[in-house]
Design a protein around this ligand. Structure first.
Ligand code: GDP
Length: 443
C-alpha cells in the first residue's frame, strides 16, 4: 500500500504524543527526531527532511501549541500542513489550451510507465466526453507503437502513427494536423524513452517542444525508484520545460521518498498518481489528501469520489428499497460485491478510511481481495432458490456448497451468519421492528 511503512512509523510516534496531556520542548524534540528518522528511512531526500523538520519544530515549539488544550493534536496538525506544503500545497490541475486542441507531451525514462499513463490520461478525457488523439512518437522501440495501438483499441481512442522510419518531429506535426482536421482534443503524445538520460534524447524532446509548443510537458517518474526518480526529474527539468509530473507505481511504494521529495527538489508539481497497472488506476494528486493518508487521518474525499464513479445510483436506490422491504437476497449481495470490486483493491480503500490502517481489529481481519473471491465462489455454488431463500440451506446443502466452492463448511456457515446479521441490522436501521429494543434513535 502507498506510504504504508512511513505511515505506520509516523502514526506510532504521534500516538505517543497524543497520549500526553501537556507537552514540553523535550517531548516535541524527541518526537521530531523520530519523524526525521522515519522520513530518512522512507528515502526522503536528506536536505528536504532537514528543512521540513526545522520548519515543524519552529512552529511546534511556540507558546500557542504548548499552552493549548490538545498540544499533541496541534503538533500533528502542523505536520499535516507542512507535509501538504511539501507536496505542493494546492492540487495542481492540468491546464488546457486557449484554443483546442490542448497538447500534452509525456516524457520520461523507459519503463517509467509513460505509455500506460498516456492511456490512463486518454481514458480520463474520454470519461469527460472528450475525443482524444494519441500520437506514437517513440520510433526506437517498435513495441511501443503496438502497445499504444492496443491501448487505443481498448479505449476506443484513435492512435496516430507513422511507423518507426520517420522523424519524431514530423510525426508529431502530422499528428497535430490530423487532430485539427478531425477536431480531436486533446492530443496526447507518447515520446521515446531511454534507460538513462542521454543528450540525443534530450535534443529530440527539445526539438518536439519547439515544433509544437505543447500545453503541458508531463514528466513520468517511477515512484519505486526512490531518490533516482528525484535525480531523473531534476535532470529532465534542467533541460526541458517540464510543467508537471505523473508519479507512477505509488501502489508499490511503501516508503514514499520520491513523492515527498520531488516537488521540493524540482519545484514542479505532481499532477497525477499512478496506483496500478490498470487503465482506471490513476488518480489526480491531492497533496492534502496524501498527507492525511500518511498520518492515518484517511482520505474520505477520494473514497467518496471513487464510490460515486463506480457505484450505479439506480442500483443503490434499488438496494435501499430491498433492504427496507427485507427482500435482500444473495443475488443482490453478489451484485454489491461486484460494485465494491469496481472501486479497486480493498487494501487501497482501507488506506482511505480514517484510522483504518491502525485499527487492530481490521488488521487481523483478512480484508483482502481473496476474501471477496471466496465469498463470490460460495454464492456462485448456491442454487438460484438458495440465493433467494437462504433459509432452505440445511446441513447437506451446506456441505455441497462448500465442496462446490472449494471452501469449508465453516466458511459457508460464517457467510450465512453474516448475511443474516446484516439483514437484521438493516431492518433495525430502517425502523422496521427492533428499533425500540436496540435503543436506536434515528430521525
Ligand atoms: P514506458 O516504457 O515508460 O512506456 O512504460 P510502460 O507504460 O510500458 O510501463 C512499464 C511497466 O510499468 C508496465 O508493466 C506497466 O504495466 C507498469 N506500470 C505503469 N504504471 C504503473 C502503476 O501506476 N502501477 C504499477 N503497479 N505498474 C505500473
Amino acid at each position: 500500500m502507498v506510504f504504508e511503512s512511513l505511515a505506520e512509523k509516523l502514526q506510532d510516534t504521534f500516538a505517543k504524543l497524543k497520549g500526553k496531556g501537556k507537552l514540553n520542548e523535550k517531548d516535541v524534540k524527541s518526537a521530531l527526531r523520530e519523524v526525521k528518522m522515519s522520513l530518512l528511512e522512507a528515502d526522503v531526500n536528506y536536505k528536504v527532511v532537514k528543512k521540513f523538520v526545522n520548519k515543524v519544530e519552529e512552529r511546534a515549539i511556540g507558546q500557542e501549541v504548548m499552552d493549548s488544550l490538545t498540544p499533541g493534536q496541534q503538533v500533528i496538525k502542523i505536520v499535516n500542513e507542512e507535509l501538504t506544503d511539501l507536496m505542493g500545497g494546492e492540487r495542481s490541475e492540468l491546464t488546457s489550451a486557449d484554443s483546442p486542441p490542448s497538447i500534452y507531451m509525456l516524457v520520461g525514462l523507459q519503463g517509467s510507465g509513460k505509455t500506460t499513463s498516456t492511456g490512463k490520461l486518454a481514458r480520463q478525457f474520454k470519461e469527460k466526453g472528450k475525443e482524444p488523439l494519441l500520437v506514437a512518437a517513440d520510433v526506437y522501440r517498435p513495441a511501443a507503437i503496438k502497445q499504444l495501438q492496443v491501448l487505443g483499441e481498448r479505449l476506443d481512442v484513435e492512435v496516430f502513427q507513422m511507423g518507426d522510419q520517420n522523424d519524431p518531429v514530423d510525426i508529431v506535426k502530422a499528428g497535430l494536423a490530423r487532430a485539427e482536421k478531425e477536431k480531436l482534443d486533446p492530443v496526447i503524445i507518447d515520446t521515446a524513452g531511454r534507460l538513462h538520460i542521454d543528450e540525443e534524447l534530450m535534443q529530440e524532446l527539445q526539438d518536439i517542444q519547439e515544433a509544437i509548443n505543447p500545453t503541458e510537458t508531463l514528466l513520468v517518474v517511477d515512484a519505486m525508484t526512490g531518490q533516482d526518480a528525484v535525480n531523473v526529474a531534476d535532470n529532465f527539468s534542467e533541460k526541458l520545460d517540464i510543467s508537471g509530473m505523473i508519479m507512477t507505481k505509488l501502489d508499490g511504494d511503501a516508503r514514499g521518498g520520491a513523492a515527498l521529495s520531488i516537488r521540493e527538489v524540482t519545484g514542479k508539481p505532481i499532477k497525477f498518481a499512478g496506483m496500478g497497472e490498470k487503465l482506471d488506476q490513476m488518480e489526480p494528486f491531492h497533496p492534502d489528501r496524501m498527507a492525511s493518508r500518511i498520518l492515518g487521518m484517511g482520505d474520505v474525499l477520494s473514497l467518496i469520489e471513487k464510490a460515486e464513479k463506480s457505484i450505479d445510483k439506480e442500483k443503490a436506490k434499488d438496494l435501499e428499497r430491498k433492504l427496507r422491504e427485507d427482500s435482500f437476497t444473495f443475488e443482490d449481495f453478489l451484485d454489491q460485491l461486484d460494485q465494491v470490486r469496481n472501486m479497486g483493491p480493498i487494501s487501497d480503500l482501507m488506506g482511505m478510511i480514517p484510522g483504518a490502517g491502525k485499527a487492530k481489529q481490521l488488521k487481523n481481519m483478512q480484508l483482502d481481495d481473496s476474501e471477496l473471491d471466496r465469498i463470490e465462489a460460495i454464492i456462485s455454488s448456491m442454487t438460484p432458490e438458495e440465493r433467494r431463500n437462504p433459509k432452505v440451506i440445511n446441513g447437506s446443502r451446506r456441505r455441497r456448497i462448500a465442496n462446490g466452492s472449494g471452501t469449508s463448511i465453516q466458511e459457508v456457515n460464517r457467510l450465512l451468519k453474516q448475511f443474516k446479521q446484516t439483514k437484521k441490522m438493516m431492518k433495525q436501521l430502517s425502523g422496521k421492528g427492533g428499533k425500540k429494543k436496540s435503543g436506536f434513535n434515528l430521525p
